[in-house]
Design a protein around this ligand. Structure first.
Ligand code: SF4
Length: 454
């Protein structure tokens, strides 16, 4: 087998589970601008006066409510709250297929639906029931009593021709957040998750960065994105969600505690049971310590690098206050402290025409990356080249397909690195990177979701 073929095969194997992350990143960028408008609209139109005040106060104080409802409790914690592990397990069996236990046991669900969901449960729990008292206890864990209609409500579904499915979730305070399901070849799906409403990092090419940070999401609100995605994937016959990428709205390290807890719940046995190697947390790394914040997160780390030249990176990520050498050392230290099986790292570069798409930039990136590989035992490094998706508010241009391919091939064949170009998905529904137009589109669309929501 030639060296080139070996690299191709390795890249395919290694990058496949992570590929969705890249795509997800794109999707997230798109959502950012729409969130700005939709959040403001939601605050104006539907929140009560109290809700508005709460949201504004949270925004002012930059505070994330520290809510832990049933969907952000581990089996042991939920067992303690409900008075029995069997009760906790049946709740999580239902959460993990996108069904609220209150619907299943509360008598409001159609019998045919109940029978369908019953077949999805482990056989040992199909005859189990939850008493009204247990349901009351469960409801008391949520300020609004339940996940759907409590933690969040599904306010819009957009489905692109390639079946990329964007969900707009309205949170309890009226703000909105997006999450995107990206099906791959009919066999699996990746979910792109948001960690904040907006973002304070201000990357120049990113629509979300332009809206600023409204607030961080609670763990409930992060995990609920998976709950809703499971429900919609099931109802619309989308492939099973096997991969998660925190590449949506927000900078995960600005909400690290909730993101870490969410990754633990998403990968726990008996809960959502995802693989840690298929759960990717992407950070722009505001400080060298940012990577270490995810030490307890069962996930793969991704770093939004964009440029390794300090001056150029400062231009693209103006909030950065550290040199790339300092940030790289933070990454190296964090990787060396991780288990050997979680030392895969993805470096992401949003490629901008005439800005960072030159082959000299690829050479600089290769030299920069090699230091990481040489400094971390068992490190697997993948470079994710993301063609920029133009948005109205900034003047960057999309690089040509040839430039993207040349950049990737320079990394791969000249420098022996594992690199791939992200395949853009969901363009027609503004679900691709840098196309955050949800609110604008929403104004044109009917309020009825395009997909089957219930
Ligand atoms: S870190 Fe940068 S690219 Fe990521 S959401 Fe924030 S502003 Fe956008």
């Amino acid at each position: 087998m030639t060296r080139r073929r070996r690299i191709d095969r390795f890249v395919l194997l290694l990058a496949w589970p992570l590929l969705s992350s890249v795509k997800a990143f794109t999707l997230l960028s798109n959502q950012r601008s729409s969130l700005e408008r939709s959040s403001n609209d939601a605050l104006k139109s539907s929140a009560s006066i109290t809700e508005k005040e709460d949201a504004l106060n949270a925004e002012k104080e930059n505070v994330t409510p520290n809510r832990l409802g049933g969907i952000s409790l581990s089996l042991e914690e939920l067992s303690e709250a409900l008075g029995g592990m069997g009760r906790a397990k049946i709740c999580w069996d239902l959460y993990s297929i996108g069904v609220d236990p209150d619907d299943y046991f509360g008598g409001t669900m159609a019998e045919s639906d109940r029978e369908e969901f019953c077949k999805m449960l482990p056989s040992c729990r199909r005859t189990q029931n939850l008493s009204s008292k247990t349901l009351e206890r469960l409801a008391s864990l949520y300020p609004q009593g339940r996940v759907e209609g409590g933690v969040a409500s599904l306010s819009l579904i957009s489905i692109s021709e390639d079946l990329t499915t964007k969900l707009l979730l309205k949170l309890a305070d009226g703000l909105e957040v997006e999450t995107v399901i990206i099906p791959w070849e009919g066999v699996r799906s990746t979910l792109c998750i948001s960690s904040q409403v907006g973002c304070s990092q201000g990357c120049k090419f990113c629509a979300t960065g332009r809206m600023g940070k409204l607030r961080s999401l609670t763990c409930d609100e992060i995990v609920a994105q998976m709950f809703f995605a499971k429900k919609i994937a099931r109802l619309n016959n989308l492939p099973k969600i096997t991969n998660i990428v925190f590449m949506g709205l927000g900078e995960p390290s600005d909400n690290a505690d909730n993101v870490v807890r969410a990754t633990q719940l998403l990968t726990s046995r008996g809960l959502f049971q995802l693989s840690a190697s298929k759960t990717v947390v992407s950070t722009v790394a505001p400080t060298p310590d940012s990577f270490g914040l995810f030490q307890k997160a069962p996930c793969v780390l991704a770093w939004s690098v964009h440029a390794v030249n300090d001056a150029l990176r400062k231009r693209l990520v103006p909030t950065t206050n550290y040199s790339m050498r300092e940030l790289r050392q933070g990454l190296i230290d964090a990787l060396n402290a991780r288990p050997l099986n979680l030392r895969t790292v993805m470096l992401e570069v949003v490629l901008l025409k005439g800005v960072n798409d030159d082959l000299d930039h690829a050479d600089e990136l290769a030299a920069f990356s090699q230091v990481i590989i040489d400094s971390v035992e068992a490190c697997k490094l993948v470079i994710n080249v993301i063609p920029y998706n133009p948005i109205d508010v900034v003047s960057f241009e999309k690089p040509s397909k040839e430039a993207c391919t040349a950049f990737q091939q320079r990394l791969q064949y000249e420098h022996g690195l594992y690199a791939f170009v992200r395949v853009t998905r969901g363009d027609d529904e503004s679900a691709a990177c840098g196309q955050l137009t949800t609110t604008a589109k929403r104004e044109k669309q009917s309020s009825q979701p395009k997909g089957r929501a219930s």
